[in-house]
Every structure is written in structure tokens, then in C-alpha cells.
Design a protein around this ligand. Sequence first.
Ligand code: ATP
Length: 363
Amino acid sequence: MGTVTLDNLRKEFDNGNLVAVDDVSLDVADGEFITVVGPSGCGKSTTLRMLAGLETPTSGSIRINGEDVTNVHARKRNVAMVFQNYALYPHKTVEQNMAFGLRMSTDLTKDERTERVRETAEMMGIGDLLDDRPNELSGGQKQRVALGRAIVREPDVFLFDEPLSNLDAKLRTTMRTEIQRLQKELGITAIYVTHDQEEAMTMGDRIVILDDGELQQAGRPTDVYDDPANEFVGGFVGSPSMNVLDAAVEDTGTGVTLTGADGRFTYELTSDTANALAGVDEVRVGVRPEDVRIARDGETGVETAVEVLEPIGSDNYLYLDIGPEFIARVPSDVAPDLGETVRIAFDESDLHLFDPLSGASLT
Ligand code: ATP
């Protein structure tokens, strides 16, 4: 079992002048893989450190398996943390590193400990490294040892603090899959902090997005991608970022017309989206680059000039004059000349409408 509940968890530093974590509440189910993502300084690590017992909350509570552990010492919580810098003891062998946490936290005999370390090392593919010391290992091997050291303790909850940041891109992808596989196989609840939205989206059963210490949205990756709660989430999730334009809203009686701030586009809304804008004068209109296409013959579109073409192999990114940093992701055979005018279109169902002041989603 490994349920985790955060209830209005708050952490202030500098005598309350800095709120690092601002009343965050979250329920994590047993066996769930939660990724926590957000820009630098948003409070990810502080949240994780409070869960591990390395930082004391200013207020709020943490429960693991229903038990209030807010003031329980780190060693007495059955959680294991995996760090970005591996945190291995340089003078101990791989076997000693893995056995160390076990000695601290269980009452197994020496033989049982050795057996369990060996089994885990085999499972992690590091069985032949048990006598090596950390400086003899590659980055990937060190991270496997760090993972193995966490797994061997059979914790209720795994806490990961950017564990793959020091690895190269290829190894990172391999390790991502491996961590997911192990977590599902072992059925241990995982809370995984990263600043990489792609990592968060691909690994999490649910993704939690923080900004400025506040929880912006928690949900399944596809739900957060399709229905971002606000403009921040819309822009943070997805790559390249969602395009967002200012528009004036005009009710035409039969529908609603959106007009770009400097007249660079107009768009007629007809369906439910129009209803969401009742009584609204100004709106922020979001559309993802992958939802922008070249208009079909006969389709009403928006004419705009191509400023930059960036080929990424399978597709091209077209930077368009319709607004600041407005990108269309189109197939690689769509390769207009720079300065050429193209006619683009997007479906009403792919538009995201945000309140210009609060940023909250209106759809
Ligand atoms: P990063 O991705 O850069 O590691 P983060 O999202 O993990 O950032 P935190 O490390 O949790 O963010 O920091 C949140 C805020 O709290 C930041 O403004 C940081 O400067 C501040 N902070 C963190 N630890 C302390 C501390 N011990 N004393 C004072 N301020 C701190």
C-alpha cells in the first residue's frame, strides 16, 4: 500500500517573505505514478523534500497510507528518494551502497540483506558491478545503483528528484522506460519531479503542474493537454508551445466573431464555444501548432506571411506573421518560401479560450 495525501501543504522561507509551496492539496492513489512539473523555482523540490521528511512544512499535513507523517522523522517514513546526483557513497562498493539503506531501515539478518541486494542488482542489470565503486561506473550505471538502492528497501513510496537530468538524451529515454516498467512491476507509488514537460507527460499516470508554488492542474496527461485549466498550463504542456493571440469578441446574433488585436485575423465561432463567450469583450485565443493546417480548397482561412521555416525532419515549423511567435506544424512537403502568403485554418474544437485577466480557461 502507498497512498499519499497532501492537505493544504505550505512552505514559507525567509520569515514568510517567500512562499515556496502555496497550500497544495493532492490525493495520490496506491500504485499511481505522479509526475510533478513546472518552471524553475515553482516549488517542486520543496514539495518532494517535505514528503521525504527533509523539510518541515509551515502548515498543512502529509499522510502516507492514512497515517499523518507531517512531523515524523525522515528515517521513520517508508519512502525512498532517488536524486539527480545519485548521492552514492564514493568509498563504498555498489553492494555496500545498496545494502546501506537496508541496514538502517529493516531488521533483516546479514545473509537476508545480501540475498535481497543481489536479487535486486540482477533485476536492475547491475549484478556484475557489485564490487565496483561509484567512480568506476558510467552515469547510467550510477543511476541504476541509486534506483536499486531505493527498490531494495521495498518502500511504500518512491520519490524521484529529477533523476535523469545528468544523463544524455538517449540514455534518458531508456531509463524513463525502465523506471516506468519497474514501478508498474513492483506496484510502488511514485512521485517524480522533473522540469521537462515531455518527460512528465510520457511517464505520469497523472501530471501535476505547479507555478509559483501553486498547483495549477492535476490530471491525466491527455486531459491536461486537451483541456488545460488555464493559459499557463496550455502554454507549458506541449511542444512547441500553444500559440496564444489577443482577440476582440463581437456577438453577431447568429454567432461570435473573434478579431485579432491588430486585425491580422478574424474567425467566426458557431458552436458551444460561442456560448462560453457570452458577455466577454476580450479573450486570449490559444491554438496548438499541431492543430494549425494549410486551408483546404474552398475553406475559409486566414491569410498570413511565412517569416521562418524550421525543418525538424518529419515536419516543418512555419513561423507566421499572424501574431508573435505563432507556429504551424505542417508536413515536411509543405515548404513555402519565406515571405510567401499561406492560408491557414484550424477547427473550432481545437481552440482554447482564456480570460485575459485571470488566464482561466473559458471553454
Ligand atoms: P528547480 O527546478 O530550479 O530545482 P523547484 O521548482 O524545485 O526549482 P524549489 O527548489 O522547491 O523549486 O524552490 C522554490 C522556491 O523556494 C525558490 O524560490 C527557492 O529559491 C526557494 N527555496 C528553496 N529552498 C530554500 C531554502 N532552503 N531557503 C530559502 N529559500 C528556498
